[in-house]
Design a protein. Structure first.
Length: 313
């Protein structure tokens, strides 16, 4: 439990700028208004949209809030702060987030544009799975960026897992082919594939992912498939549009949000969940392997509104 508790503390710290951006504004509204009227709701709406929660999520949060205020005959603005927090939390729930790939033989494709922390995420995930006693193989299929292979090799070394590929300019599909062969030969539990993220030419990206998927279907049909897209939280709305584009190119099963620490745009986690209905599965709040953790909506909202215990969501 220690690691988890430590992470909650880091999450609280990491969300400081987001909190300043959203929560302090909300507090000002609750103390500044003496009654619940249209203007009160408009102010809340503005804070949430400016806080990167996205238009759609904000509309749904407000609709739920108004419904509850009516149903509970609430007259005082102060009395609906908890309701607002609860509405935000509800907006982030996309049902039980599944981590099936941890339980069975699996291939996890990791996609995302360069610079978002994708390669680091692959390395951290490899380390986490290895620590759970899993046999892990990494496929370095991001052959577009010169340093990606070296960087990944370093992580693979640190985690004590085997890496296949990593040569600049190699054909990504052939790296995946070799990685599958290695995963089978080693009887690996999880094959993690780092793939190139080039969104400016979506057609190429789609072709490349299709090719990779065809190989996986043909060579490794028994493996459970997970496709995670890595996004940089500091880019806010841009991360959301990247997620949308990637979801058009591939069947995305989850989101990894990196660099949540030090950004005021942490609200983007709510927007992505709401707009795309794809769960945020992991968030990163720092450099070390323990700074990548499974995402928990209740915990996130507690940390955001600084409810120290983090026990009850």
């Amino acid at each position: 439990m220690g690691e988890k508790k430590g992470f909650f503390k880091r999450l609280v710290e990491g969300l400081t700028k987001t909190r300043d951006n959203i929560v302090s504004g909300i507090d000002a509204i609750f103390s500044g208004f003496s009654r619940i009227d249209d203007e009160f709701y408009e102010e809340i709406e503005e804070i949430l949209v400016m806080g990167d929660l996205g238009v759609r999520a904000t509309e749904e949060i407000l609709a739920h809030l108004k419904e509850q205020v009516k149903a509970q005959h609430i007259k005082e603005p102060a009395a609906c702060k908890e309701l607002l927090i609860d509405s935000i939390r509800r907006q982030m729930e996309v049902g039980e987030t599944a981590y099936r790939f941890e339980e069975e033989r699996a291939v996890v494709l990791i996609i995302g544009v360069n610079g978002v922390g994708k390669t680091t995420t692959v390395g951290k995930l490899a380390g986490k799975l290895k620590a759970q006693g899993k046999r892990v193989v990494i496929g370095a299929a991001d052959t577009f960026r010169a340093a990606a292979g070296e960087q990944l090799a370093e992580w693979a070394n640190r985690a004590g897992v085997e890496m296949i590929g990593g040569q600049e300019g190699a054909d990504p599909a052939s790296v995946v082919y070799d990685a599958v062969a290695a995963a089978k030969a080693r009887n690996a539990d999880v094959l993690l594939c780092d793939t190139a993220g080039r969104l400016h030419n979506k057609k190429n990206l789609m072709e490349e992912l299709k090719k990779i998927n065809r190989i996986l279907e043909r060579e490794y049909p028994e493996a459970y498939r997970e496709t995670l897209v890595v996004l940089d939280a500091t880019t806010g709305q841009n991360a959301l549009s990247q997620a949308k584009q990637f979801s058009e190119a591939a069947d995305i099963t989850g989101i990894v949000l990196t660099k949540m620490d030090g950004t005021a745009k942490g609200g983007i986690a709510v927007a992505i969940q709401s707009e795309l209905g794809i769960p945020v599965k992991y968030i990163g709040v720092g450099e070390t392997i323990d700074d990548l953790q499974k995402f928990d909506a209740g915990e996130f909202v507690n940390a955001l509104f600084h409810k120290e215990d983090g026990a009850e969501a």
